[in-house]
Design a protein around this ligand. Structure first.
Ligand code: MN
Ligand code: MN
Length: 457
């Protein structure tokens, strides 16, 4: 039952490395759900995808082979390639999420304390707070002004731009802090981002804050009150990098879950004519429970599928339900890679290993599989067969030992339509840390596995 190291399959590793060069570029530029969706829409349009809204407005009928996308509030993306078979026979759906753990600015974030200007944050997703201090950080996001203008913000990525960050207590004065429980070593309310220290001339009250406000006004045309309608994320600054002397891995911010979203997206772009309608669904808000209009719990996907079926002349309420019920899905999210530094949390036979290909998780959840989608063996058998026939390296795993912890994904939400769903994805080290590690060959095998799923299942 042991799996092979997938690197052994590649005499010439160029195709693996080339694919991951593009992935690194993507990861260096796209650090928020909005940036991911915006970049992917650009690439999809270049690849011949039409905006579903425009298709509907024009009254054009969608035919097999036609490609459309729907952009939900700039944070969720659904892409479709119309299949030769009627949609009610089912779709082949690749799902993943494009939000990642980070620090969000509060609505009223800016203040001055002892002649320093700081931004107050509220963390998003599950983080070990002590990992987020003393790092170069960047600010990404949007500020929406009262007149509706959307100001794009990105500070801290270019070499000539400043970075910001959160201070930590010096070791010399940390006697008490070092006695604390790790979850309290750095308190959530202390995740304050230092952004300035020069007082504005002739300003009596809060002169440093005033100076920062002046910079924001000059650079972005925004006032302090505009923070009320902003979505600004504090993320690790800097590019994705090769990791390891052999450059076999990628270190990046936000592998969870862009390391599944990007290969899913690329697999979609690699398809032309498909038997069953292909779908790529990249959602937001997974890290906080898949809630809201842009999370997987939203009706967005169901409504969009209804629109696509209607535009293809195939809609009825019953046909829509059948299309969903007869679908198959790969719900992709990161897996925990076996870490030789922490073997005690893993059960070796049922762990994911870096370099052993795409990981399938029959179930996730915690305790007695609570919160899990437990995939059917009939479905897994079909997947095994096509992956093997197409020489895709895959492994199976669960997230750590029984009762060690656990986690959830979007799988169970799509399974509510009574379709076949399985969790799968790429294994990472340092999951939810500012910088996560993934194996290049796993990223490439995921891409190949997704292509096979769309073509052969
Ligand atoms: Mn995830
Ligand atoms: Mn996560």
């Amino acid at each position: 039952m042991k799996t092979e190291n997938a690197w052994k399959k590649y005499q010439d590793k160029k195709e693996v490395f080339d694919f991951c060069e593009e992935y690194k570029n993507f990861m260096s530029c796209c650090k928020t759900e909005r940036e991911c969706v915006s970049r992917m829409v650009d690439l999809a349009v270049k690849a011949g995808y039409e905006n579903l809204e425009e298709v509907i407005a024009s009254g054009k009928e969608l035919k097999p082979g036609d490609k459309v996308y729907a952009n939900n509030m700039g944070k969720t993306l659904a892409m479709y390639i119309i299949g030769e078979e009627p949609m009610e026979k089912g779709m082949r759906i690749l799902g993943a999420h494009v939000d990642s753990p980070r620090l969000d600015l509060k609505q009223n974030p800016l203040y001055e304390d002892t002649e320093l200007a700081l931004l107050d944050t509220h963390y998003y997703g599950g983080v070990k707070k002590y990992q987020w201090v003393t790092l170069p950080m960047a600010l990404h996001g949007v500020v929406v002004k009262k007149n509706g203008e959307i100001v794009q913000v990105s500070i801290g990525e270019k070499a000539e731009e400043p970075v910001v960050g959160i201070s930590d207590l010096l070791i010399h004065l940390s006697g008490k802090q070092m006695q604390k429980n790790a979850s309290e070593v750095v308190e959530g309310e202390n995740l304050n981002v230092l952004i300035g220290s020069i007082p504005l001339e002739d300003q009596e009250e809060e002169p440093v804050k005033a100076q920062i406000l002046q910079i924001l006004k000059e650079s972005y045309g925004i006032e302090e009150e505009d923070f009320l309608s902003a979505e600004l994320e504090v993320v690790p600054a800097g590019a994705a990098r090769d990791y390891g002397l052999d450059k076999s891995m990628v270190m990046a911010y936000g592998h969870d879950d862009r390391v599944c979203a990007y290969p899913s997206f690329m697999a979609m772009l690699a398809q032309d004519k498909v038997k069953y309608t292909s779908v790529c669904l990249l959602v937001d808000k997974e890290e906080i429970g898949s809630v809201g209009a842009t999370g997987m719990e939203s009706r967005f996907f169901e409504n969009t599928t209804a629109e696509v079926m209607n535009a293809a002349g195939q809609y009825s309420e019953l046909s829509l339900r059948r299309a969903l019920k007869n679908s198959m899905m790969l719900s992709s999210d990161v897996s925990a890679a076996f870490d030789p530094n922490y073997p005690e949390v893993m059960e070796k036979k049922n762990s994911a290993y870096l370099g052993h290909g795409i990981t399938f998780n029959k179930y996730t959840g915690s305790r007695g599989k609570s919160g899990s989608n437990d995939a059917n063996p009939e479905y897994i058998a079909k997947l095994r067969k096509v992956m093997e026939e197409n020489h895709v390296a895959f492994q199976t795993a669960e997230l750590g030992k029984v009762d060690q912890g656990g986690g959830g994904t979007i799988a169970y939400i799509l399974a509510n339509y009574d379709m076949e769903v399985i969790d799968c994805g790429v294994a990472v080290l340092n999951m939810h840390a500012p910088w996560e590690i993934a194996s290049k060959v796993d990223i490439y095998e995921a891409y190949r596995g997704y292509c096979v799923f769309l073509k052969e299942m």
